[in-house]
Design a binder for this molecule. Structure first.
Ligand SMILES: Cc1cc2nc3c(=O)[nH]c(=O)nc-3n(C[C@H](O)[C@H](O)[C@H](O)COP(=O)(O)O)c2cc1C
Length: 365
């Protein structure tokens, strides 16, 4: 019986075909960023406060005009049917039941309309967002945006850190290829039977490097809030604000694109400072414990996204496995908050648990 996300990981590895595992869990090149993401959260020490009133303690948080039961969202991840035959459908059901926000990948192996129907039917659900890569033809992108809007997605997440495929050596060594029946089904041509990736495959997608002009174009195309995922530089965070981003996701793609980019835990404070409260800042990469979630929130994040652990839960037992992974993180977050003396996740309740400056240590309860 897994009791941590790490337990889910080793159980999942035993159950997953090795080349699919290399795709799902590997990173780029020497996987330095992949390892750094997890290590960085671990190495940030917590400074618990004691004897503070905890009555009414809760994990709720505000994000883009709504109250979430907790700040944990599922990151966009391609081809989830590689991990389990129910793929994104299982992830959606589990995330909705656990009140976790869901970002569906452009490269979902399940129809975006089916995922939306499953997710939006759950009253306790969090936000439902659709992730986009820039496509070669704007008409394809326009169609996809229209479908996402019609299906009820509530924001568009443009991923900006993968203009080309990363050098994923582990994956190549393992000889990974998509098995028959698993593909980017939403990119299939309307005439096709939908069972195979469509005319626009991932390499072609990623060779069409997006620019700030594309961001502006997307902003004009849609009335949905636009979120930029993959911001790691404060100058880009400021440009994102100018381009009308409703939120920013600090992400290095879980170490799958450019290796040796710093860990997101290291990048977050600089981006939070650059944004200066003008839009929500979310973060992903290496989040494996409730303490990691608490640290991210204390550093100014508005929510976190979790990637591979969701895949691990999915590989272990479909929707039940994903729900268990999210539940474990939620429970660990609540325990960490109580042990740190944080009644809520507001900055005023959390800042001093990360404080090391002389000013902060003078703070009174
Ligand atoms: C198997 C897999 C597929 C992914 N596919 C996408 C994708 O289609 N679009 C995207 O923006 N990010 C994608 N990502 C990156 C995640 O959204 C997220 O940034 C990353 O996984 C977070 O790191 P973590 O796995 O350490 O939690 C993918 C990640 C994995 C592991």
């Amino acid at each position: 019986m897994p009791v941590t996300l790490a337990d889910h990981e080793w159980l999942a590895q035993e159950r997953t075909e090795p080349s699919a595992w290399a795709y799902l869990c590997g990173g780029a090149a020497d996987e330095i960023t992949l390892r750094a993401n997890q290590n960085a959260w671990q190495q940030i020490p917590l400074r618990p406060r004691v004897l503070r009133p905890l009555a009414g303690c809760h994990t709720c948080t505000e994000l883009m005009g709504r109250t979430l039961a907790h700040p944990i969202m599922v990151a966009p991840m391609a081809y989830q049917r590689l991990a389990h035959t129910h793929g994104e459908a299982a992830t959606a059901l589990a995330a909705a039941a656990q009140g976790a926000g869901l970002v569906l990948s452009t490269q979902s192996s399940t129809r975006l309309e089916d995922v939306a129907r499953l997710y939006l039917g759950e009253p306790e659900r969090g936000p439902l967002w659709f992730q986009l890569y820039k496509m070669a033809a704007r008409s394809h992108m326009r169609d996809l945006v229209q479908r996402a809007e019609d299906a009820g997605y509530e924001a568009l997440v443009l991923t900006v850190d993968a203009p080309v495929h990363g050098a994923r050596d582990r994956e190549r060594r393992a000889g990974f290829v998509l098995p028959p029946g698993v593909g980017a089904i939403n990119l299939a041509s309307p005439e096709g039977d939908g069972s195979q990736p469509g005319p626009v495959d991932f390499d072609i997608l990623c060779n069409q490097a997006a620019t700030w002009d594309d961001v502006a174009w997307l902003g004009m195309l849609t009335s949905l809030p636009m979120v930029l995922k993959g911001i790691t530089h404060p100058a880009d965070a400021r440009l994102a604000l100018e381009a009308g981003a409703a939120a920013i996701i600090v992400s290095n793609h879980g170490g799958r694109t450019l290796d040796t980019v710093p860990a997101t835990a290291q990048l977050l404070p600089e981006i939070v400072a650059a944004v200066d409260g003008r839009c929500p800042v979310l973060v992903d990469g290496g989040i494996r414990r409730g303490t990691d979630v608490l640290k991210a929130m204390a550093m100014g994040a508005s929510a976190v996204l979790v990637g591979r652990p969701v895949i691990h839960g999915l590989a272990n037992s479909g929707a039940a496995g994903v729900a268990h992974v999210i539940r474990l993180l939620r429970d660990e977050l609540a325990i960490a908050m109580a042990l740190c003396g944080c009644r809520t996740l507001s900055r005023s309740d959390t800042t001093s648990i990360m404080s090391f400056t002389s000013n902060d240590t003078k703070e009174t309860p």
